[in-house]
Ligand binder design. Sequence first.
Ligand SMILES: [Ca+2]
Ligand SMILES: [Ca+2]
Ligand SMILES: [Ca+2]
Length: 352
Amino acid sequence: MVNNTQDSDVISGIVLPAGTVQATGYNFAEIPPSRLQGLVWEDFNDDGAVDFGEQAIAGVTIHLTGTDDRGQSVNLTMTTDDQGIFEFANLRPSDANGYTVSEDQPSGFADGKESLGTVNGVLTGAVIDHVFSNISLLLPGGDGVNYNFGERPLAGAAVHAAQTATIGFWQNKNGQDLIKALNGGPSATQLGNWLAATFPNLYGVPAGANNLAGKTNAQVAAFYTSLFKRTSSTNGPPKVDAQVLAVALAVYVTNQDLAGTTAVAYGFQVTADGVGAATFDVGSDNRVAFGLSSSDSTVMTVLDILLAADARARNGLLYDLDGSGTISSYEKLLRTMANNVFTAINKQGDIR
Ligand SMILES: [Ca+2]
Ligand SMILES: [Ca+2]
Ligand SMILES: [Ca+2]
């Protein structure tokens, strides 16, 4: 008698007749276990990807629920380890609905983006806030990986002195030296890669000639100088592009995870989250340039202000909303609003 509906591990009632007989084929089949694995991390630039300098979050509670292939309910809980990783190993296959993995939102962080993982290399499941569902592990030995929960730093206090610098600083010797000293020296490419990944429309692949991916610190410093030297008012305030990059540079150099403490010697205050998590009131007159409705708060984090500007750039041209390659009178108005805001941020936080 064989009972395959549960973990019996027993074949019973084998009656052997008298005499010499051979009883064969009493086989115990086992299946390889499946697993579901992922990461909780601080997705500082809110792009849903684990980038250079982004930190693991340990001790986050993760739940796995569902029904296995034998109809048994599964309800497991664990916490992320020092690397931010959770792994539910030794799982049976799931039923047709698949398993669900959910997160208890960690305190001290704002919710970020979830990044759907793969089972045996194939994107599998659905995602809504804090929950991956329908993760089908129908076959034994399923390998579900990279079900990742991104979190963001909480918004901090208002921008204060020693968190930014005016555009002249980044142009002068000290500012240029600081850029070139980051992450080990002038040939380091982490700053360029971070700018490209974080603000793709301004400095990434979609930015065309302004793509800073793979560019060295020396090249980024030279790129900044080229923006600073703009004098034509055809597209509105000529220095707006330098003002924006100056704020992005301040976000980078004041974040210890990204840039270490190199900027301290230049008068900046360096912290875990830096000026990116600091807040600034863009003002109701400028809200349209940052995608705010009349009911939205005009107080945003500096990083969100930059991300909103980047979302309104096309092919490296800030506020070319229609992608025409030219700046209309309305787009010029938006660039003027942006110039007001980024100039004010650089002044309010100036290292002085
Ligand atoms: Ca990221
Ligand atoms: Ca979350
Ligand atoms: Ca246009």
